[in-house]
Write a protein that binds this ligand. Structure first.
Ligand code: ADP
Ligand code: MG
Length: 306
């Protein structure tokens, strides 16, 4: 098998808490690349040393890892050192996007809307936080993914707040409390400089748990999202700007909440989002007329170093 890309490694699995999904993403990508005639091979960094990529003559890497070690700049740094082109954002943007607090600081600096928040520690004056941000509140670790460690707090109850803090702090000492944005959940997929059609996510009432959200039959996805053309375009261009200002490149996904009054707030940017055939970026690509296999090839085409 030959192609312009040479020998390609699909990085999958890895050591993060999102290993399971990464295996699904990676095997999906692998199958699609084979279908397109690419000489692609699975490579699990949890089982093998990354330096073997060089020794085995890999010329390009498709990163299908999620979460820490794969999405946070570390693997990207290793690939930079090896001088092997890889998909997605570089070292700095991957690391920055992994940190929801610092991402918000950058967005705030250029006027990109994001929910009001406080950084808290175990000495937090909860009554004051509630007075400032209102209820409900979302408590989340700054550097996790897949809704891990996130709690929605609905009452002024010191114990409930302390418990929510402990759940987040278990994953990351850096904990954020955000105002809860009531409205519609949207996500914007970005591929090679273009924002694809928005997806509207309709989760069962009050369901923010990852497994429930992504594996439940009850969760519905709407693409097109059903917004007016003007609002759809405005949100897409804000998300593209938000992606660029964090320094992201290649492909990724921006999560946001839209209020009933048409205002919206960006939650985070994912630099290595899910790539199973049922994932959100493939869904948006399909709406834009791009098949799953074409999307994988398009992402691979964007691989770079430096
Ligand atoms: N401030 C908020 N207001 C309303 N819902 C939120 C807020 N923050 C998070 N959520 C909900 O929790 C989910 C996960 O939050 P997010 O910040 O995207 O973290 P991650 O996806 O990395 O776990 C969102 O998709 C949304 O459903
Ligand atoms: Mg998210």
């Amino acid at each position: 098998m030959t192609s312009v890309f040479g020998k390609v490694a699909v990085l999958l699995g890895g050591a993060s808490s999102e290993r399971e999904v990464s295996l699904l993403s990676g095997h999906g990508v692998l199958g699609a690349l084979h279908e397109k005639g690419v000489d692609a091979h699975a490579f699990d960094p949890a089982q093998r040393d990354l330096w073997e990529l060089k020794r085995e003559g890999f010329e390009r890497v498709f990163i299908a890892l999620h979460g820490r070690f794969g999405e946070d700049g570390t693997v990207q740094g290793a690939l930079e050192t090896l001088q092997i082109p890889y998909t997605g954002s570089g070292v700095m943007a991957s690391a920055l996007a992994m940190d929801k607090w610092r991402t918000k600081l950058v967005w705030q600096a250029v006027g990109i809307p994001t929910p009001r928040y406080r950084v808290v520690d175990e000495t937090a004056d909860w009554m004051r936080v509630v007075a400032e941000l209102g209820l409900p509140l979302i408590v989340k670790p700054a550097r996790e993914g897949s809704t891990i460690g996130i709690t929605r707090v609905t009452r002024v109850d010191h114990d409930e707040l302390a418990l929510a803090f402990a759940a987040a702090a278990h994953h990351d000492p850096l904990v954020l409390v955000e105002e809860f944005v009531v409205g519609t959940e949207l996500t914007a997929s970005i591929v090679n400089g273009r924002a694809l059609p928005l997806i509207r996510i309709e989760a069962p009432q009050g369901n923010y748990d990852y497994h429930a959200k992504y594996f439940s039959e009850e969760t519905k996805y709407h693409c097109p999202a059903g917004l007016s053309d003007a609002l759809e375009q405005e949100i897409r261009s804000t998300c593209l700007r938000a992606f660029d200002i964090v320094g992201c490149s290649g492909w990724g996904r921006v999560d946001l909440m839209l209020r009933d009054d048409g205002s919206y707030s960006l939650l985070e940017v994912n630099t290595s989002p899910g790539m199973t055939s049922h994932s959100l970026v493939p869904m948006a690509a399909k709406q834009a007329g791009m098949s799953y296999a074409d999307l994988c090839l398009e992402i691979l085409r964007g691989a770079h170093v430096g």
